[in-house]
Design a protein around this ligand. Structure first.
Ligand code: ACM
Length: 706
């Protein structure tokens, strides 16, 4: 199995409508009784994402204008007022009017004490946990009438979640802005809803992390899994072991002050930060700095390529454990979260097998395999972590006989390890099927469920499934592109982790995602705007129209394809057309929907005009792109896909004509086009055309007698 390429095939996608919610999946989170969902139809989810547990629409609307004020009653603290002020800042920009300022100027906005006239009353019962954990109560209720909105929550974290819901409810029409009357009772289905960000393969500055934390909070995600070390770089300042950042980071690391600031920033948004320092494999960077702890003689150099490499900690060396004890002792203080991720994945075992001393140790201890030796290593790590107040999280390779059940298993090699872990008494989180770097669709990720209706786990086992994490591995992303690989697809995963299991309507997801994606940029992420900015550099000009139009229809090749075709290293500039492209462009869903509605009634005009316009545009693109490439060699990267696009466009126009006229295509027409359809299913340069299957449906239907 090649590194990080083992995307499981996700089985069929349920198209059920909303929603009757069953009891909370994890009884540790919310102890209250079952909430009955009352959402009646998909369109009634408006632009709520994730869909709340229970929504009842009322009569009337609460108008929003410059008189909007917020009153806080009950518990109040800096985290709560910060969250309210951030909400007001975003609201002010949306409404385009200034809201009431604080007279003293000490705070950005005035919070009212006049509960009777405030537009929004916020009421928290308490602050929530001093250190947020997976047992934090994130529930809230939001009642909106035409007179006011009232947001109530047991904790400040619940208020933070509810404020995002309030912002998602804001709608405009010609008469102004308003929020529809509604009663929402909400709480998450799973308590662990995260995103892994790999900053080793490509470093991400603090500002990038922070803007992604804001976007995470907007869709109610609550864990940043920060992958801080790997073969390609060590990214944290250690004062005890400064060679780590001095020799193994290319100068790209977070100071301790920056780490503390990010952790505080995340906490303000109700997000935990779980650090990962990968051991014993994926550890070249550690061993560049401290080769004496390796299983083979050094020296080592930072890895520039991607894959699985051999440098590995020596599990037989007592000084390794003393080193790790001192390292964890120092760094644990930066991360208040009770969990510490040890990695544990993809230990090649090559250095262990090649080292006679390590093999003798193995034999003497009766360890039959390198996996058993790794379990020994983990067992030595566990008391070190416990001493520093941490519980172990590791990738599913650590799930070997002898591992104490206090460890949390992160399933990435296939969902079977998730169920197996829960069955064997471990708590577990899912990432298999949620690798954002694989460039799959939101629809694909949305179909993955940590606890599908078909699960055979007992209720007790099911309660051990804490949730999951989307993974943003960084072989192919840098600061300019990472947002576009995370958003908006991670919002689909956020919904899977927050909303009732029955929320599975893909069409409704894409309808909401289009709006939510645009609104996410309000939080600072640049997933949509990055394309034009990158294209301007690539084209050497502000005239990017053909390239931008082309990228509405193309997406990056899958992770494994790009890895093989481009053989990138850490040093390759990520400034190609593939980097400006975005996974799962909205046109994929739109074209699929248009084709389906047309095929449901081929003589009817539904979808025909729009599809014809799209197909015609594909034909016009090729000469325009050729002109663009005259002054930009990189623009020529569009040609393989643009060629196929032009041919598909012509075939699509023919297909529409045959279907519309009820005409039989000439002999051999389908056979002539089939090679083009086949090409459209493969990578074209570093790009893919994401709607090959829709075009095939259309063209095959037109080629049949009808
Ligand atoms: C992994 O992708 N190696 C966890």
């Amino acid at each position: 199995m090649s590194h990080r390429c083992c995307a499981p095939v996700v089985a069929g996608i349920a198209l059920a409508c909303l929603v009757t919610m069953a009891a909370a999946q994890n009884p540790t989170v919310i102890a209250t009784s079952t909430v009955q969902a009352t959402v009646a139809a998909p369109s009634q989810t408006r632009f709520l994402l994730p869909v709340p547990a229970s929504v009842q629409w009322g009569e009337g609307r609460l108008r929003l204008d410059s008189t909007f004020t917020v009153a806080v009653r009950g518990h109040s603290d800096a985290r709560l007022s910060g969250a309210v002020w951030r909400m007001l800042q975003r609201l002010e920009k949306r409404l385009g009017v200034s809201l009431t300022r604080s007279p003293e100027g000490a705070a950005p906005f005035a919070l009212s004490t006049d509960f009777a006239s405030a537009t929004l009353v916020v009421e928290a019962q308490g602050p929530g946990q001093t250190v947020q954990t997976e047992t934090e109560d994130e529930s809230y209720t939001l009642d909106v009438t035409s007179a006011r909105a009232v947001l109530r929550a047991p904790t400040v974290v619940g208020v933070i979640r509810g404020l995002e819901t309030f912002l998602q409810l804001v709608e405009g029409d010609r008469s102004g802005f308003s929020v529809p009357a509604v009663t929402i009772q909400d709480r998450p289905r799973f308590p662990w809803r995260g995103i892994l960000i790999d900053v080793s393969r490509h470093f991400e500055p603090v500002a990038v992390i922070e803007r992604n934390l804001d976007a995470m909070a907007a869709v109610k995600l609550n864990v940043l899994h920060w992958h801080l070390s790997d073969d390609q770089g060590f990214r944290v300042e250690s004062r005890r072991f400064p060679k780590l950042q001095e020799q193994a980071s290319d100068g790209l690391f977070y100071t301790q002050a920056e780490i503390r600031a990010v952790v505080a920033y995340a906490r303000d948004r109700g997000i935990r930060v779980v650090p990962e320092f990968d051991v014993p494999g994926h550890s070249t960077s550690w061993l560049v700095a401290y080769p004496e702890y390796a299983s083979a003689p050094g020296p080592f150099a930072l890895e520039r390529e991607f894959g699985v490499f051999d440098p590995t900690f020596d599990p037989t060396n007592e000084r390794v454990y003393r080193f790790l004890d001192r390292f964890v002792g120092e760094i644990a203080a930066l991360f208040p979260d009770p969990y510490w991720h040890v990695g544990g994945d993809e230990n090649s075992g090559v250095e262990w097998s090649a080292n006679p001393r390590i093999q003798a140790f193995k034999r003497a201890r009766g360890f039959a395999t390198n996996e058993a030796l790794q379990t020994y290593f983990n067992q030595r790590l566990l008391p070190i972590l416990a001493k520093h107040g941490k519980r172990m999280v590791g990738w599913d390779e650590i799930l070997e006989p002898g591992l104490p059940t206090s460890s949390v298993i992160q399933s990435w090699r296939g969902r079977a390890t998730l169920d197996s872990a829960a069955h064997r008494g471990y708590t577990a989180i899912l990432s298999s099927g949620w690798y954002l770097d694989h460039q799959r669709t939101a629809e694909y990720h949305y179909a993955v469920d940590p606890l599908p209706a078909t699960s055979t786990l007992t209720p007790e086992e099911a309660a051990r499934i804490l949730g999951g994490e989307a993974c943003m591995w960084a072989e192919h992303v840098g600061p300019e592109t990472i947002d576009s690989r995370i958003w908006p697809r991670a919002a689909a995963i956020a919904e899977r982790l927050w909303s009732p299991r029955e929320v599975t309507d893909v069409a409704d997801l894409y309808r909401r995602l289009a709006v939510v994606s645009a609104r996410l940029e309000e939080t600072g992420v640049q997933h949509a705007s990055h394309t034009d900015r990158m294209l301007r550099r690539l084209a050497g000009s502000a005239d990017i129209a053909p390239l931008a139009e082309f990228l509405r229809y193309a997406q990056p090749a899958y992770f494994g394809e790009r890895s093989q075709l481009q053989r990138t290293t850490q040093l390759n500039p990520l400034t190609h057309l593939v980097d400006a492209a975005r996974p799962d462009p909205f046109t994929r869903w739109r074209i699929g929907a248009l084709v389906d509605s047309l095929l449901a009634d081929p003589r009817h005009a539904a979808g025909r005009g729009e599809l014809t316009a799209i197909f015609d545009a594909w034909g016009r693109l090729l000469p325009q792109l050729q002109a663009a490439a005259d002054s930009s060699p990189l623009a020529g990267e569009a040609f393989p896909a643009a060629d196929v696009l032009a041919a598909l466009g012509a075939a699509g126009v023919d297909a529409l004509t045959f279907l519309g006229d009820g005409a039989v295509p000439p002999d051999g027409w389908l056979a002539r086009i089939t090679p083009t359809l086949d090409r459209a299913d493969r990578p074209l340069g570093l790009l893919r055309l994401p709607f090959g299957s829709a075009l095939r449906r259309l063209i095959v239907a037109a080629g049949q007698p009808h």
